[in-house]
Ligand binder design. Structure first.
Ligand code: HEC
Length: 103
């Protein structure tokens, strides 16, 4: 009885963990506007998903730093940053669906 349930648990974890690491594209768009566009809407610092390629956004979020300070909690909860990351990567300049985020 013990072994099958352990196997089941392991299988469930293996399936669930990568899913849990995914952010939400739609929420990311919302939080990008709310948490980032306040400062990055225009001029020199204007940012949109198109500002970088998928590889460049991935690299940026791997460092997790914004001007030398951690992105979270200052610019959002870890979940919000994850959502923003998903949105930016999904719609980067070299993505299948590039998006300007309303200019
Ligand atoms: C309070 C204003 C403000 C907010 C909010 C803000 N930024 Fe910035 N950001 C800046 C400034 C100023 C710079 C350039 C100077 C610096 O690096 O500190 C910058 C630089 C950047 C850069 C260039 C690389 C770097 O780190 O220097 C990226 C990418 C970036 N921000 C992404 C974001 C994202 C993503 C968010 C939302 C999660 C965000 N910013 C929210 C002000 C802001």
């Amino acid at each position: 009885m013990r072994l099958p349930s352990a196997v089941l648990l392991l299988t469930a974890l293996t399936v669930a963990l990568p899913l849990a690491a995914q952010g939400s594209d739609a929420k990311g768009k919302y939080y990008f506007k709310k948490n980032c566009k306040t400062c990055h809407a225009q001029g020199k610092s204007k940012l949109s998903p198109l500002s970088m390629t998928q590889a460049q956004w991935k690299k940026y979020f791997q460092t997790g730093k914004h001007g030398g300070e951690p992105l979270s909690p200052k610019l959002g909860t870890p979940q919000q940053i994850m959502d923003i990351k998903t949105f930016l990567i999904n719609h980067a300049s070299d993505s299948p669906q590039p998006e300007t985020c309303g200019g």
